[in-house]
Design a protein around this ligand. Sequence first.
Ligand code: PMV
Length: 345
Amino acid sequence: MKKVTCTAPVNIAVIKYWGKQNEELILPINSSLSVTLHQDQLKTTTSAAASREFTEDRIWLNGKEENISHPRLQSCLREIRRLARKRRNEEGDENVSRILNDKVHICSVNNFPTAAGLASSAAGYACLVYTLAKLYGVEGELSEIARQGSGSACRSMYGGFVQWVMGERDDGKDSLAKQVEPESHWPELRVLILVATAEKKHVGSTAGMQTSVETSPLLKLRADLVVPERMEAMIESIRKKDFKAFGELTMKDSNQFHATCLDTYPPIFYLNSVSQRVISVVHQYNTYYGQTKVAYSFDAGPNAVIFMLEPTVNEFVEVVKHCFPPESNGDTYLKGLPVGSAVLS
Ligand code: PMV
């Protein structure tokens, strides 16, 4: 039996991906950009084993067996096995040949709430693809395969600041993740996760995006007119380590993403009253200082991701504790995460 275990971190989009132009290949209607969290914090750990004894491919997520015939899982398995076959044919590697005849068992666990808008599928599929690649001895550009599991997963294949370039080709070969800057570039940047609820979201991102593409005029406008310029401005703010520009763009893009959800018919509400209060606390804090010291971002759920620079962390954590005392909301908790290395191991 051959067994491999790897971990992959969550990434948080500061320019959001929302909407596909090709559902099967997962080609987005706009480019996006994210920050990959530190490997030791929110992460998925996946083990994959191949054995002659196994009679079928199987997968367990957080201890519960899931259906391996899910089309996206199958896309990832098929693509990795295709690359492994290619390698065997080119190099005649006996070990790869043997594993290709075996079935695999895959076991994956998250150390944070799954499907609660904390990018669990991003870390999950990035980890799955990386682990399978190690198992089958496949190397090279893997973000194209991770993308076919979950779009945002392609960005978790790299650490630091990562863009997913939407690409122009119909076959998706140029729809890839690229590192903008490594994690070491902006060591003062910090991320605070405020968990408003660990419940599963009501509308998954796949269904949500589909309805938005079909019904939201704002979504099309955003993809055509807003995101291209915003991507350039965001990359520049990161290169210059300009927190004001970075924070403002992050908040505006999160707000516009949730506006397109509201513009979708029937509307999708991911934010709740706790999220709205977090937004208000952030703006009040920035107004008090007369500058942008903290910035929020929300994915497809009510949990907040707050960006700030290191000197602001202690004070802002106190502000949050004051505004959200534990007894007022049993499941609100805090995590101060440094943005850091995402070297997949
Ligand atoms: O990759 P998916 O299908 O889980 O979609 C992710 C969508 C957002 O998290 C809301 C935005 C993003 O760019 O990560």
